[in-house]
Design a protein around this ligand. Structure first.
Ligand code: 3NM
Length: 230
């Protein structure tokens, strides 16, 4: 691809660096959601306009054909902002629209299975709530972990037990005692003011939906988040 050529001319990067560049995990992730006021695509446009460059399309309770349609539109929207698009739950859709990544929940197919569908260059993230979930995801070949929920949120149904700051602290401390290195993203009811405390536990970044959608000044919010997360 042209990306490959550019990187080689510019930096003479080898395959290892090239792969890690393709699989770079951003520190701020936006999760799409739908409400009476806003469609998934509108929420994605809001996040992109605000400056977010990592978007997860998370559509629940719709037919796969319909999700494919939304994903196709989301991909061209994200491309026009040079943002990464991650598709929740559907490896075949992630592959069809040539998304940057796939995210799988606790009850979805194993990451190792999904890997056969999407190939080795696609980012795959996995949800976790416990230390055992994290280890399973790592063993299956996840590229990042979404660990949550931080606090109660109405955005996700069937929420796992709430971790709170203490929960992250404990899990991150257990993780440093292993030789596992994987980016961990906190998720679930996170507000901008929570982030410094979360980062102090050793997390890589955060995923947010409602805090961004409900922000009165999304652009200022993302600017502030980027400053905290850099
Ligand atoms: N997963 P908001 S919490 C998609 O705990 C998702 O695994 C969660 O949206 C988990 O920022 C969540 O509005 C919702 O709470 C994130």
């Amino acid at each position: 691809s042209s990306n490959f050529q550019f990187l080689n001319i510019a930096g003479g990067l080898g395959p290892r660096q090239l792969k890690s560049d393709l699989k770079k995990i951003e520190k701020l992730q936006f999760i799409s959601s739908q409400s009476a006021e806003m469609s998934h695509l509108e929420s994605i446009r809001l996040a992109l306009e605000a400056g977010c460059r990592w978007i997860q399309l998370r559509v629940k309770n719709q037919e796969e054909a319909q999700i494919l349609e939304i994903a196709t539109a989301a991909k061209s929207l994200c491309d026009s902002y040079t943002a990464k698009l991650i598709i929740n739950d559907f490896p075949n859709i992630a592959r069809s629209v040539n998304a940057h990544g796939l995210h799988l929940g606790l009850n979805d197919m194993p990451i190792s299975e999904a890997r056969k569908i999407v190939g080795h260059n696609m980012i795959i993230g996995g949800t976790a709530n416990t230390f055992e979930d994290i280890l399973l995801r790592v063993n299956e070949g996840a590229d990042y972990i979404g660990l949550g929920p931080f606090r109660f949120t109405g955005t996700k149904q069937n929420l796992s037990p709430i971790l709170g700051l203490g929960g992250y602290d404990e899990l991150m401390q257990r993780l440093v005692k292993t030789n596992i290195e994987i980016p961990i993203i906190a998720i679930g009811g996170i507000l901008p003011d929570d982030i410094p405390g979360l980062l102090a536990t050793g997390l890589h970044g955060v995923a947010m939906s409602s805090a961004l959608i409900q922000s009165k000044e999304p652009k200022e919010t993302v600017q502030k988040l980027d400053e905290i997360l850099c």
